[in-house]
Design a protein around this ligand. Structure first.
Ligand code: NDP
Ligand code: OXD
Length: 307
């Protein structure tokens, strides 16, 4: 079995791990020649010449949960599954990141930090927990993991997805018409939507203005789901109290971007859930073995919807 890997500049680490997990396979760094002969391809942000040359692959594995960096997925024959990572250690990391943001906001740690700088000893009134409604956009692998974890912290949690879900202790909203009522009571909004033709620019001024005044945004999905100028406008107008942003339309975030020094924006460099080599390779190896023995696998991207 021949596997080609395209992941620059980290190819060596991934090739070693894949060779260890699949000793029966021949694993090589992608080249046009090797790509044409490969049975499987494992890719991250492939350049535009990689996919069209994979003449006979049985599946393409994406080294991430989001497949928005796959150029022209239409080049992949419909019978070849494009497979994304299914959690692979990212759910736990997302929970850590979002729980931190939620507790920091709910318990007003930023306000206490400011009071400390001003040497003010002043306990603040605490809002009832039931009023701190957490809304998670996306109830897939990561969104539902985060939503469940936040219920265990005692927050009322709601999710929004394309298809209707049933999740214990979570209020589930689905479809375009349900977005406005979903947003209208969400005080802490977490974005865990994939970037697709439908979600690009979804969080614009209109949607952000539907949140209650003083709401807070966490974006851990993709920067382009949010219209950044609109986010800055609603922050500056005081409609939105703040935002914790891990992802941006342009990454790395340009040095002159206003988010860097905005007093109510926290910036992190796309680290909310990093791709873990061992978990990811174990998952891919398991799926390749299943495919080789004619079994079904999870994580196959629905090309009509783009995620
Ligand atoms: P999933 O595909 O499992 O979940 C996506 C969710 O979004 C689903 O619930 C889906 O609804 C919902 N959704 C998609 N499109 C729409 C739409 N138009 N309207 C309503 N709901 C929609 O993805 P994951 O949970 O695994 O990952 C989510 C995203 O997180 C990734 O695509 C990636 O961009 C990002 N990510 C970011 C990382 C980081 O480090 N910052 C790390 C990992 C992922 P339905 O369930 O009905 O299909
Ligand atoms: C992913 C990411 O999509 O790391 O997995 O952003």
């Amino acid at each position: 079995m021949k596997i080609v890997l395209y992941c620059e500049p980290d190819h060596a680490t991934w090739i070693d791990a894949l060779r260890t997990a699949l000793p029966e396979a021949q694993v090589e760094r992608w080249s046009a020649t090797l790509g044409a002969e490969a049975d499987y391809a494992v890719v991250w942000k492939p350049s535009s010449d990689v996919l069209p040359g994979l003449g006979r692959v049985k599946a393409i594995f994406n080294l991430g949960a989001g497949v928005d960096a796959i150029p022209d997925p239409d080049h992949i024959p419909p019978a070849v599954p494009l497979v994304r990572l299914d959690d692979a250690g990212m759910g736990e990391q997302m929970v850590e990141y979002v729980a931190h943001a939620a507790l920091r906001r709910y318990r007003e740690f930023d306000a206490y930090a400011q009071q400390q700088r001003e040497r003010i000893w002043q306990p603040r009134d605490r809002a009832p927990k039931g009023s701190f409604i957490v809304g998670v956009l996306g109830a897939g692998v990561l969104g539902s993991t985060v939503a469940k974890a936040l219920t265990t912290l005692g927050f009322p949690v709601r999710v929004w997805s394309r298809a209707q879900k049933r999740l214990p202790d979570i209020e589930c909203f689905a479809g375009g018409d349900a977005l406005a009522p979903f947003l209208s009571r969400t005080r802490f909004l977490v974005c865990l939507l994939p970037l697709t033709a439908e979600t690009r620019g979804l969080l614009d001024r209109d949607k952000l203005s539907r949140l209650p005044r003083g709401a807070y945004l966490v974006n851990v999905a993709r920067g382009a789901v949010v219209v950044e100028q609109d986010l800055l406008a609603v922050l500056d107008e005081g409609r939105l109290a703040g935002a914790m942003l891990d992802v941006f339309r342009d990454e790395p975030l340009p040095l002159n971007h206003p988010f860097w020094h905005h007093p109510r924006v926290v910036v992190t460099p796309h680290v909310s859930a990093v791709t873990r080599v061992q978990e990811s390779v174990n998952q891919i190896a398991d799926k390749i073995r299943r495919l080789e023995t004619g079994q079904a696998i999870s994580g196959v991207v629905d090309r009509r919807h783009g995620y």
